[in-house]
Ligand binder design. Structure first.
Ligand code: SAH
Ligand code: SF4
Length: 410
């Protein structure tokens, strides 16, 4: 394997973080340390296939090797799990504490028939992109997540699931939690490779979806990495001017450039981009907006997921009436787009969306659509994302992978 980010004791001064290393890197590390390279492969199996939490669990590794690992490497990943909550709809919410005390959330959800599971991952602590309708954006950016921290969300959650429900079909991943994955592209791409390693978690890359606000260099990097993962673009407005108002990142990466990348590059086996469109009452939800969307994305193999805004008291937006959602969808449907509506589900775990994060968040007041003045650095506790929001994004991944159902209201 040729991996330019290869870690080994020989070429890196940083501590080795085992959960973020590929099998090839672990073998190299093992050989460099004077142990047979196959021990590195066994270590990879323990970490990713058997999801071991400690070196002590790795009984078939010689004590001398485990001692060497304990001295020269760290497992990496999440430090602790503050909360695991189970919802009546079957989903689990995890609040992970990282080694510096920062917190991120992840949600693991079953499909309606409970035949397979989708996990929604965080990729950054906070987010710098500042979309006006997003709680994570409202709170700001703390830091990048490391590869091992991204990966461990899955290792922990999958182990938890399989312990509670042996044989459960852990199938899809979506990078739709906290953060902008394509502003942390190296770590995200490496995590995709680790998740799809046949000797590890062994997920099909076509069941992995990266969602972006439209970071052009990251989109190109993801395409060129040829991971096989799918792309979802958070479109959210049908033209440059209106998108700039709710997603200021559009000034830096104009909508035309973002869509050009969608046209020119291929993501995933089905080569269809998913456009996500959060419907904000009175902002971007008229039938005229829908007509503009239809002509904007014309010619791009795609599907469109319409997401009625999930309200949050800190954000000055509302959810459109069902009739307006229907009218919006009808316009797109009439032009033969594959369009689905993703309704938020009522959550019974700590009430509605964001409640789990809310226990750890301080509010700073209601924000306006115009860019707010610079805000003081938030406390770490503010950054646990309102993952209740994500409960209804999960089927996006299922659909990216499957060309399936969705709650199509047409
Ligand atoms: N940063 C990436 C992935 C995380 S956000 C991105 O923006 O794509 C995942 C999705 O949540 C995005 O499509 C975003 O538009 C949507 N979203 C954010 N806040 C929301 C809210 N309050 N209601 C509905 N969707 C929201
Ligand atoms: Fe960041 Fe995505 Fe939220 Fe925008 S919608 S602020 S990119 S997490």
């Amino acid at each position: 394997m040729t991996d330019t980010t290869m870690q080994s004791p020989a070429n890196s001064g940083a501590p080795l973080r085992l959960r973020g290393m590929t099998q090839a890197e672990l073998e190299q590390m093992t050989a460099d340390a004077g142990f047979p390279a196959f021990r590195g492969r066994q270590l990879f199996h323990w970490l990713h296939r058997k999801m071991a939490r400690t070196l002590d669990e790795m009984k078939n590794l010689p004590v001398a090797f485990r001692e060497w690992l304990a001295t020269n490497a760290v497992m990496g990943g999440v430090k602790d799990v503050v909360t695991v909550k189970t919802s009546q709809d079957g989903s689990y919410k995890f609040l992970f504490e990282l080694e510096d005390g920062r917190k991120v959330e992840s949600v693991l959800m079953p499909d309606a028939k409970r035949t397979y599971w989708t996990q929604c991952l965080s990729s950054q602590v906070g987010c710098a992109v500042d979309c006006k309708f997003c709680v994570t954006g409202f709170n700001g950016f703390f830091r990048q997540m490391k590869v091992d921290e991204i990966v461990d969300q899955v290792l922990f959650a999958r182990r938890h699931l399989l312990t509670e429900q042996p044989g459960a079909n852990f199938r899809n991943l979506v990078y739709m939690g906290m953060g902008e994955p394509l502003l942390n592209p190296d770590a995200v791409i490496k995590s995709i490779r680790l998740f799809s390693d046949r000797e590890g978690v062994d997920l099909s890359p076509r069941r992995i979806t990266v969602s972006t606000s439209g970071i052009v260099p990251g989109m190109v990097q993801l395409a060129e990495a040829e991971t096989g993962a799918c792309l979802a673009l958070s479109l959210n407005a049908p033209n440059q001017a209106e998108r700039e108002r709710i997603m200021p990142i559009t000034k830096k990466y104009p909508l035309a450039d973002v869509l050009d990348v969608c046209r020119r590059y291929r993501y995933g086996k089905h080569k269809r981009v998913t456009f996500e469109y959060v419907l904000l009452a009175g902002i971007n939800d008229t039938t005229d907006h829908a007509r503009q969307v239809a002509s904007l994305v014309k010619g791009i193999p795609c599907k469109i997921n319409v997401i009625p805004f999930n309200p949050n008291p800190t954000l000055p937006f509302g959810r459109p009436e069902t009739d307006d959602v229907q009218a919006f969808v009808d316009v797109l449907g009439a032009q033969n787009y594959t369009v689905s509506v993703r309704w938020s589900k009522a959550l019974d775990v700590d009430g509605a969306c964001g409640q789990l994060a809310g226990q750890h968040r301080q509010r700073r007041g209601i924000r306006g659509v115009e860019a707010p003045a610079a805000t003081p650095e938030p406390t770490p506790a503010q950054f646990a994302h309102a993952l209740g929001d994500l409960d209804f994004f999960a089927p996006v991944a299922a659909e990216s992978a499957d060309e399936d159902d969705g709650e199509d209201i047409r």
